[in-house]
Design a protein around this ligand. Structure first.
Ligand code: TXA
Ligand code: MG
Length: 318
């Protein structure tokens, strides 16, 4: 049985034995391990069934730790860190030699983030090492936004989930790297491109294989329910074309219309995109439980967090 508890001392004790603990963050739950123990880090890859070419994000609790991990902290990266840390921003920086290759998949860069969650920050402060933490889901599955989601995936195979409640942002951090000193977004996430631009001016978006063949981990299929999933513009039209199917709908805004399907989840009452992001994965977990023939998700407006949500939904349909 996996222990689900708020006991930080216990979590620290397990991590210090080079075992894994799932930790809460404001984005999604992460599967944490000591970055300096190859034994511990290998356990992350084994438990997630994640390929070794996909690097991990290192989680820190203070700005000073950046220079333990990176050789250089460029000005625009510092501006972003000051604006968004603790928070849902991952910076890709040139790595120190001491950062193990297992963490970075042999790249000369390392992903760093300071999460915004009191319990996890307190845990990180108590440890003599930073932790690496990918999302706490099996490779390509839906990310967990509650302790229960993590337990459902790994019960018995994982010693402990540190229970920090539901993740308030609900989708992963935005990943920003630098090419010739200019910021490049490699993964859309909880912080919108508009918000990044407001701090550092123009940024390039390279969040797919065609644009960034060397950016690891930008997998086409990801965040996927077991149930076949579709992303559509016109729900009524799609439903009419699939009369004999058990359909689960994932809609943006509560609407009076009844589409006559098996199950419907509304992400919001009013359309607020932050609320929609925070509920996205739990709605997908819920629909996936219902033994449906298909999940049909509605495309959201392609601005702000809507862009990040559409990105996740697109990958879920692959
Ligand atoms: O919100 C988040 O970022 C969550 C929480 C737990 O912090 N973590 C997370 O980790 O989403 P993961 O492993 O599921 O996704 C990390 C992404 C991967 O796509 C990986 O390829 C990319 O970050 N990444 C990590 N290090 C990188 C590097 N050095 N260069 C390019 N991409 C990197
Ligand atoms: Mg992930």
């Amino acid at each position: 049985m996996t222990l689900v508890s708020k006991d930080i001392l216990k979590a620290a004790e397990i991590l210090s034995r080079n075992e894994l603990v799932a930790i809460p963050t404001e984005t999604v739950y992460g599967l944490a391990a000591n970055i300096y123990s190859d034994t511990a880090i290998k356990k992350i890859f084994e438990l997630k069934k994640r390929p070794f070419f996909n690097p991990l994000i290192v989680h820190i609790h203070s700005m000073e730790q950046v220079m333990e991990l990176a050789v250089d902290f460029p000005e625009k990266a510092q501006l972003l860190a000051k604006a968004f840390w603790p928070g849902s921003l991952t910076l890709i920086l040139k790595k120190q030699a001491a950062v193990p290759d297992l963490i970075t998949a042999g790249n000369d860069t390392v992903g760093i983030r300071m999460p915004q969650h009191d319990l996890t920050l307190e845990l990180l402060k108590s440890l003599p090492f930073p932790v690496a933490a990918p999302s706490a889901n099996p490779f390509t599955h839906i990310s967990p936004t509650s302790a229960q989601h993590v337990k459902n995936y790994f019960n018995g195979a994982l010693e402990m989930v540190l229970d920090g409640g539901d993740c308030k942002n609900g989708i992963e951090s935005t990943i920003v790297g630098f090419e010739n000193e200019e910021p490049v977004v490699y993964r859309l996430g909880s912080i919108s491109i508009e918000d990044i631009r407001a701090v550092v001016g123009n940024v390039t978006l390279k969040n797919n294989k065609e644009k960034a063949p060397n950016a690891p981990g930008m997998l086409e299929k990801h965040y996927a329910p077991r149930t076949k999933t579709y992303l559509v513009e016109n729900i009524a039209h799609f439903v009419a074309q699939h009369p004999d199917q058990k359909i689960g709908l994932l809609l943006h805004i509560k609407e009076p219309k009844d589409h006559g399907v098996e199950k419907t989840i509304y992400l919001t009452e009013t359309g607020d995109l932050k609320e929609a992001a925070s509920k996205l994965y739990s709605a997908m977990h819920e629909l996936d439980k219902w033994d449906l023939d298909m999940i049909v998700a509605q495309r959201l407006p392609d601005t702000g967090l809507g862009k990040s949500i559409n990105d996740r939904l697109e990958r879920a349909t692959k």
